[in-house]
Design a protein around this ligand. Structure first.
Ligand code: PEP
Ligand code: MG
Length: 583
C-alpha cells in the first residue's frame, strides 16, 4: 500500500470532498511565425478583429452567467478584461506590425501581449503586477480563437472530480460547475484570490496555496480534500477514509436536521427574540445569508473589496457594492464595517514587526483622511436605503471615537452642502475588540449607538495569543474566563447606556457559547451564514432565566476547560434536543 501523505495548504472554503483528481493544465499555446503575402494582409487584420469579437462574446457570456449565479459585483473583473481586450493601443500596434512585418496575426499578437505582460510584471505597483494574469488570460483566449483551438476548460471536468491545478485563471474559475466539481486544490492563490471567492460562493470545498502540489499528485488518484483543516490527503489509509466517511455522513444528517430552522424565527422558548445575522466578506454572500435565514448582515468586512483589487476601490465602486447590498437585504439591517486592513489582512508591500499591534484598521484610516472619507461618503450615500449602519473596527481609546465622530459629521455636512442624500438617522457603532475598549466601555457607550464585540481579536489581545499562529493555537480559547468577564462587562456597560450589544466573532457561532451569551444579555449574534440554522435551533430550545443562571455560574470558574465542562453539563441538564449539535 502506498504511504498516506498529507499536503498542507490554506483552508479557503469549508467542507469535505472525496474524489478523483482531475489535473487541470492550461495547455501551452504554440505560436509559429508565418510570412503573409501583401495581398492577404487585410484578411489577416480582419481575422484579428474577428478573434477579438469572438473573445468579447465569450467573456460577456461568462459575465452573464456569473451575474446570474453569483452576483454583479463579482463579475466586474470581466469588465476589466473586456477593456484590456479592446485596448486600442494594443490592437493598433498588432495591426501595424502585421502590415509592416508581413507576419501572421497570432505570432504578432503573442509578441505584443508578451511585451505588455513583461512591462507590467516589472513595475513595483502590486496592483499592476497582479494584472499580468488577466492579460495572459485574455491574450490566450484571443490566441485560441485565432488558431481555432477549443478551450481546455474546467467545463469539461468529469463528474466527481477534485480539480488540481497550479492556478485557475479568473475567467476559468468562473466556469466551474458545482455539480461536477467536488473540490478545488491549487498551488497558487490565497483567501482573497478569485478561485477562493468562487469556491466559497459556490460552496465547493477548497484548499489553495499547496506548495509543489502538481508534482506530488497524479491524474485520477483518489484523494480527500478537507476544506476545514486546509489539507489534501493522498493515498488515504482505510482508517482515514472511514473517519471522513463518518464525518461526511454526520454533516449530511446534521444539514437535514437543521434545514427547517433556516425559516424559523430565533425566539427563545419564553419568547425573547435574538437577532441572528450573517458575517460576510463579499457582496455575493448575501445569497448565503438569505438562504440560511439571517435577519440581517451583522458584519460586512469591507477590507476584502480592497484586498481582491489590490488597492482602493473608488467611491463609486464602493457605493455600487454597499448600495446593492443594502437593496438586496432590505428591510433587514446591514452593518458596514470600515476597512480593517493590516493584521493578517495584509495590504500593499508594507511590513512591520508586530502587525496585530501595529498600523491596523482605524489607525490606517485616521492616518489617511482622504482615503477614510471616501469610504464614509460611499457608506453614507448607500444609507438612503434606511437599513445601513456604520461600524468602526479596532477602537482602543476614547479619543479615537471623538475624532471619528468629528470626521463623520464633517463628511455628512459636506454631502448636505452638495445636496447628496443620506440617512440622517444612520446608527454609528464600534467594535469592542481590544481589552482597553472593553474596560473603557462604560465611557465609550455614551458616544455610540451600538457595540459589536469582536471576540476573535478580544481573545487574541486579552490572552496575548496571535490568532493565526498554529504553534500556540491551543492557547487561543474564547472560553478563557478573562475574555468572558470582559464580554460581560461590555454587555452591561452597553445596556446601562441604553444601547444594544452584539457579538460578531467566531464565539457567536459556537453552540456551547450561545446560552451563555444570551444569559449575559447579548442582543445580537452575527456569524458565518452556514452556522445560522444551528444557532437558531439552540435559541429556540432555551429560556432566558435558565441562561441567566448558566451565565452567573460560568463566571465563577478559573479555566476554559472548567467553563466548557460546566456549560456542557448545564445545557444537558436544562435543555432538550440540542445535545447533538453541541460538540
Ligand atoms: C473579531 O475580531 O472578532 C471580528 C469579528 O473581526 P475580524 O475577525 O474581522 O478581525
Ligand atoms: Mg477583529
Amino acid at each position: 500500500m502506498p504511504r498516506e501523505r498529507i499536503l498542507k495548504g490554506i483552508a479557503v472554503s469549508q467542507g469535505i470532498a472525496q474524489g478523483k483528481v482531475f489535473i487541470y493544465e492550461t495547455k501551452h499555446i504554440e505560436v509559429f511565425q508565418t510570412p503573409i503575402l501583401s495581398v492577404y494582409l487585410k484578411d489577416e487584420t480582419e481575422r484579428l478583429d474577428r478573434a477579438i469579437k469572438k473573445t468579447e462574446h465569450e467573456l460577456r457570456n461568462i459575465q452573464k452567467r456569473l451575474n446570474y449565479e453569483i452576483g454583479e459585483n463579482f463579475a466586474q473583473f470581466l469588465d476589466a478584461q473586456v477593456m484590456m481586450l479592446s485596448d486600442k493601443t494594443i490592437i493598433q500596434k498588432v495591426k501595424a506590425r502585421i502590415v509592416d512585418n508581413r507576419l501572421n496575426a497570432e505570432y504578432v499578437y503573442h509578441e505584443v501581449i508578451k511585451e505588455y505582460a513583461e512591462k507590467l510584471g516589472a513595475t513595483k505597483d502590486t496592483y499592476l503586477k497582479e494584472r499580468v494574469a488577466d492579460i495572459w488570460d485574455v491574450g490566450s483566449r484571443v490566441l485560441r480563437n485565432l488558431l481555432g483551438l477549443t478551450h481546455g476548460s474546467v467545463v469539461e471536468v468529469p463528474a466527481g472530480s477534485i480539480i488540481v491545478a497550479h492556478d485557475i485563471s479568473p475567467s476559468e474559475a468562473a466556469l466551474i460547475n458545482p455539480k461536477s466539481v467536488l473540490g478545488i486544490a491549487t498551488e497558487a492563490g490565497g483567501r482573497t484570490s478569485h478561485t477562493a471567492i468562487t469556491a466559497r460562493a459556490l460552496e465547493i470545498p477548497a484548499v489553495l496555496g499547496i506548495k509543489g502540489l502538481i508534482g506530488k499528485i497524479g491524474n485520477s488518484e483518489q484523494v480527500i480534500l478537507d476544506g476545514d483543516r486546509g489539507i489534501m490527503i493522498k493515498n488515504p489509509s482505510a482508517g482515514r477514509i472511514h473517519f471522513y466517511e463518518i464525518a461526511k455522513k454526520k454533516v449530511l444528517e446534521l444539514k437535514k436536521t437543521l434545514s427547517p430552522f433556516c425559516e424559523l424565527p430565533a425566539k427563545t422558548k419564553d419568547g425573547r427574540h435574538i437577532d441572528i445575522s450573517a458575517n460576510i466578506e463579499f457582496f455575493s454572500e448575501y445569497t448565503h445569508a438569505k438562504k440560511y435565514g439571517a435577519e440581517g448582515i451583522g458584519l460586512f468586512r469591507t477590507e476584502f473589496l480592497y484586498l481582491t483589487r489590490h488597492g482602493s476601490p473608488t467611491e463609486e465602486e464602493q457605493y455600487h457594492v454597499y448600495n446593492a447590498l443594502a437593496k438586496k437585504m432590505k428591510p433587514s439591517p446591514v452593518i458596514i464595517r470600515t476597512y480593517d486592513l493590516g493584521g493578517d489582512k495584509v495590504f500593499s508591500d508594507y511590513q512591520e514587526a508586530n502587525p496585530y499591534l501595529g498600523w491596523r484598521a482605524i489607525r490606517v484610516c485616521l492616518d489617511d483622511l482622504d482615503f477614510f472619507k471616501m469610504q464614509l461618503r460611499a457608506i453614507l450615500r448607500a444609507s438612503v436605503n434606511k437599513n445601513v449602519k456604520i461600524m468602526f473596527p479596532m477602537i482602543s481609546n476614547y479619543e479615537e471615537i471623538k475624532r471619528i465622530s468629528l470626521i463623520f459629521e464633517k463628511t455628512k455636512s459636506e454631502l448636505r452642502a452638495k445636496k447628496i442624500d443620506f440617512d440622517e438617522e444612520i446608527q454609528f457603532g464600534i467594535m469592542v475588540e481590544t481589552p482597553s475598549a472593553a474596560l473603557l466601555s462604560p465611557h465609550l457607550a455614551h458616544q455610540v449607538d451600538f457595540f459589536s464585540i469582536g471576540s476573535n481579536d478580544l481573545t487574541q489581545y486579552t490572552i496575548a495569543v496571535d490568532r493565526g499562529n498554529e504553534k500556540i493555537s491551543q492557547l487561543f480559547d474564547h472560553f478563557h474566563p478573562a475574555v468572558l468577564q470582559l464580554i460581560k462587562q461590555i454587555i452591561d456597560a452597553g445596556h446601562q447606556a441604553h444601547i444594544w450589544v452584539g457579538l460578531c466573532g467566531e464565539l457567536a457561532a459556537d453552540p456551547l457559547a450561545i446560552p451563555l451569551l444570551i444569559g449575559m444579555g447579548i442582543d445580537e449574534l452575527s456569524m458565518n451564514p452556514g452556522s445560522i440554522p444551528r444557532a437558531k435551533m439552540v435559541v429556540r430550545a432555551i429560556t432566558i432565566p435558565e441562561c441567566e443562571e448558566i451565565a452567573k455560574g460560568a463566571l465563577r470558574f478559573r479555566t476554559p476547560l472548567e467553563i466548557k465542562r460546566y456549560l456542557h453539563r448545564s445545557i444537558h441538564k436544562k435543555f432538550h434536543g440540542i445535545d447533538e449539535v453541541i460538540k
